[in-house]
Design a protein around this ligand. Structure first.
Ligand SMILES: [Cu+2]
Length: 696
């Protein structure tokens, strides 16, 4: 890309800027708003992520005229490692600015009629500066829109926030930057752009299709690793684990990878990875560190003498240090083990393949107080083989519900689902799951709210017989004395490669299902066959009505084998991974904005009495307006369509104006200890950005 192209469409307006700036600024400048007001819509806002040419991703050198100028990255940063420094030495001949790229990945999407708060941190030696905004007109393309503010001279990092006028009709994106047109140096860093709309009523969403379908954006960068495992950390970053990434050559070279992804900056940071954690298990412990167990000890032998072998190693990843620390080994190798956190903070791991590549039948128990895996004889045993990544959901009475969702395997014994009572080592079959042997890479979720104890299991296939994946869902109420699955509504159908519509009973395996803060479940991604035939379909399941709303916007990137989708703390959904049968891996990152993000004002949690919440306690928050409900959502720890710890815990409210008491359940089995995202939902159905709360 040519970052220094002369932009004639922009050049004509310099004089306009000079005349209008002083009058406009006074009306539009605003005091700082809390950064938590909404999602920051800027890609690479801190300029930390660099493209191959060394300039920040999603930014370009822009401007015009025969002036002497320099663009440089400065280590004098407001935060992170760098800021953007633009110096002009012969003023009077045009201007220069670092500008957001005018493309679909980089330019922030906007909604006509909405207003946005734009802010940047800056230092400048000249007041001849102006924040300049361009808009993308659906008919005319990119055009100059408006100038918003000058930045006074300052030698200390200073934040300037300006609210735009209402976005004009026919506008779907804007870009902006800070122009310098006088001799001097302007440094900028940490740009934000937040939807500041306060007055648009529910019904008047002006974003067209996005109002009902939501919207996907494919990020302008790719994941630095094969994102097979994704764990949302208590600091809002995302742990992406590849290990060898399903690449035997990487395994042979002992090239094992992990990255920390920072949604706020689009940056990936490599984490030294001690072993092949490919197809390990993982779950957050009560202190927010991540227990990682098992993984890949070996790929199948070329001579067929053995298959995949499970590792016994186990590690704890600490978000504070971004490092793995080894703990004692598990009692058996585990390739594709489950991991479920219990009400006391301990972890049970079941299933997978052992060191001998055969089914692993031990119950492996991590004692949280002792920070170690119990020995084989210290843990209660059933010697049952649970399959690979068996989805084990903690019930309110402390037992585990095996939903029937698993990975691989064929002709599994029994009814396909059961309830496992660890203290007594009893397993009770649960009837009613249809096509139990075609639930390979189906997805099961404990529906919102966790208090209702309902689980929905969606889709699935079978990589051995490889039929068309189906579209069945089955629903169970675990509060019943003898719970049984009953038929749920079918997953809506989508299209496949070439736009071919699904027909008949065609559905999907590799299903992703994400609990959203408005209490609905976003269902996305998947494929019709084993590592082939991606399905482009997304729907919204409403637990209150037991119905799917079809026709949500679909991820443009195929999301089949080794793909995941999960909730970010800002209320958006991130999707990663796809590992088709030809062995390639799609490293693109997609982000979905649900319809609620196009409906106007987001409520804000403006105060939190304490982030440490005891069971049975009442905790006061303050909000900036009326809210409908509040809940805790456990951050994702997802792989292979499996995140059995995902849960949405309703918080009964006592309202006193903008001061609200939230009552946490006294039952740790409903909300196992750990860090949760606290959301409130406004009366317009729009959720806040999350605050982090530590339960237990
Ligand atoms: Cu796998």
């Amino acid at each position: 890309m040519n970052r220094s192209r002369p932009l004639m469409s922009r050049s004509n307006r310099l004089h306009i800027a000079q005349f209008l700036v002083l009058t406009l600024v006074l009306f539009l400048a605003l005091p700082d708003r809390p950064a938590s007001a909404g999602a920051n819509l800027i890609a690479n806002p801190g300029l930390e992520s660099l493209a191959a040419d060394g300039f920040p991703v999603c930014w370009e050198q822009s401007g015009w005229g025969a002036n002497g100028h320099t663009f440089a990255l400065s280590t004098d940063a407001h935060s992170g490692a760098r800021s953007m420094s633009v110096t002009l030495t012969t003023a009077g001949q045009g201007d220069r600015k670092a500008m957001m790229l005018e493309d679909t990945s980089c330019a922030p999407n906007v909604t006509p009629g909405h207003q946005y708060d734009l802010s940047a941190w800056y230092k400048t030696t000249t007041a001849n500066t102006v924040m300049t905004v361009f808009r993308h007109d659906v008919a005319q393309g990119w055009v100059y829109w408006t100038d918003l503010a000058t930045l006074p001279v300052t030698t200390t990092w200073t934040k300037r926030t300006v609210r735009t006028p209402q976005i004009p009709a026919n506008t779907d994106q804007i870009v902006w930057g800070v122009t310098i047109y006088g001799n001097g140096t302007l440094k900028t860093d940490d740009y934000t752009m937040v939807d500041a709309t306060q007055t648009v009523p529910d019904e008047s969403c002006s974003a067209g299709d996005k109002c009902v379908k939501g919207d996907w954006q494919v990020m302008p960068f790719q994941s630095s690793v094969r994102a097979i495992h994704a764990v949302v950390l208590r600091n809002g970053n995302v742990l992406l684990i590849a290990g060898s990434g399903n690449d035997p050559a990487a395994f042979a070279a002992k090239t094992f990878t992990t990255a920390i992804y920072k949604p706020g900056t689009g940056q990936f940071t490599a984490v030294p990875t001690p072993e092949d954690l490919f197809c390990s298990g993982h779950v957050q412990l009560k202190d927010g560190r991540v227990l990682v167990m098992g993984g890949n000890k070996d790929y199948p032998a070329a001579d067929g003498s053995h298959g995949y072998k499970g590792l016994k190693n186990s590690y704890i990843f600490d978000p504070a240090t971004s490092a793995y620390t080894r703990v004692n080994d598990m009692t058996a190798g585990s390739w594709y083990p489950s991991a479920t956190v219990l009400g006391n903070g301990d972890v049970i791991s079941l299933g997978g393949l052992g060191e001998d590549s055969h089914g692993m039948v031990a119950t492996q128990y991590f004692n949280s107080a002792q920070q170690r895996w119990l020995g084989l004889n210290e843990a209660n045993q059933t010697w049952n083989f649970w399959g690979l990544y068996p989805s084990m959901i903690l019930m309110q009475d402390g037992r585990l519900f095996y939903t029937g969702s698993h990975v691989f395997g064929n002709g599994t014994p029994g009814s396909g689902a059961s309830i496992y009572d660890y203290p007594t080592s009893t397993i009770t079959p649960v009837p009613g799951l249809r096509k139990k042997d075609e639930r390979d890479q189906s997805m099961s979720v404990l529906l919102p709210p966790a208090q209702d104890q309902k689980v929905l299991t969606m889709g699935g296939g079978n990589i051995e017989t490889n039929p068309d994946a189906h579209r069945l869902t089955d629903l169970i109420d675990l509060k019943q004395a003898s719970p049984a699955y009953t038929a749920g509504p079918q997953i809506p159908q989508g299209t496949m490669t070439g736009g071919v519509a699904q027909t008949g009973d065609q559905g999907k395996m590799y299903v992703s299902a994400v609990l959203l803060p408005d209490g609905k479940v976003f269902e996305t991604g998947g494929a019709l066959h084993n590592r082939a035939d991606p399905v482009y379909e997304a729907s919204m399941y409403d637990p209150a009505t037991n119905t799917f709303t079809a026709g949500m916007a679909t991820d443009p990137v195929p999301r089949g084998y080794h793909s995941s989708a999960f909730l970010l703390p800002d209320g958006r959904v991130m999707a990663v991974g796809d590992n088709p049968g030809n062995g390639t891996f799609d490293k693109r990152v997609s982000v979905y904005s649900p319809p609620y993000l196009f409906k106007g004002a987001r409520p804000q949690i403006t105060g939190l009495s304490t982030p440490n919440w005891a069971y049975g306690s009442s905790n006061t928050i303050t909000v900036d307006g009326p809210i409908l409900k509040a809940e805790l959502i456990r951050p994702a720890a997802v792989t292979h369509s499996s995140d059995p710890n995902q849960r949405f815990v309703d918080l009964p409210m006592t309202v006193n104006g903008n001061s609200i008491s939230l009552n946490l359940t006294s039952n740790p089995n409903l909300a196992p200890p750990g860090w949760y995202m606290l959301f409130v939902v406004g009366t317009n159905g729009v959720p806040s950005v999350a605050k982090w709360v530590k339960v237990g």
